[in-house]
Design a protein around this ligand. Sequence first.
Ligand code: MF3
Ligand code: CO
Ligand code: CO
Length: 266
Amino acid sequence: MSITIKTPQEIEKMRVAGRLTAEVLDYITPYVKSGVTTGYLDQLCHDYIVNVQGCIPAPLNYAPPGYRPYPKSICASINHQVCHGVPGDRQLRNGDIVNLDVTVISDGYHGDSSRMFQVGETSVQARRLCEVTFECLWLGIVQVRAGAQLGDIGNAIQKHAEKSGYSVVREFCGHGIGASFHEEPQVLHYGRPHTGVRLEPGMVFTIEPMINAGRMAIRTMADGWTIVTKDHSLSAQWEHTILVTDTGYEVLTVSQATPPQPAWIR
Ligand code: MF3
Ligand code: CO
Ligand code: CO
């Protein structure tokens, strides 16, 4: 499949899916506290998506080629876990940082978003990593307009991460999204300006930089899903689903409590 241009009808469905996705993150926020297990957060999100929203949690049983079916409804990646952390009986502790990644299927269309959460009192280093990674996401988003190229997004993210002393994970990237969870194109979080696919109105894709405080190398845990930093350094990630419009971009994964765009980024 090549890159699809969404119709106005599809775009409206993706606005709904995006809003519902963000609303799951709003809903779970007050529960992200010391002592709670990631398995309980998963159960709460699952029940909210299915019973309140009447939607489907896309990760549950998701099985791309070469992977065993994903066993839970969200991803929860703590500290040195980069992404795809499988919720379980691990309790959150004071000082942890955790990424919760939610993907909702509403009326056949996907919304995909993740945020970082800080448990209790976190270190200055952990807070800075979360903040710089959020800035990386937004520096990527503001590159989005018809005529820009994917390399412009990757370059903006990579420059900010590396000038902050961090590294960009290479093995995972943003992705086209729509009726399928992962579509073309791949949206790399590093690269050169004026290279790569040229953006057109109606394209929808995620931007979801994974930024490591230490080296970029990663490995996969024995569960076949959870990705961790090889050097055990902290890792952070933020994700939005973005529509290319005639005038620039529209963030689809927005809700009442979506963290605001940093004032200095435009
Ligand atoms: N939500 C992730 C992404 O942003 C993908 C998770 S796949 C899963 O692309 F199976 F682990 F849920
Ligand atoms: Co994604
Ligand atoms: Co995601």
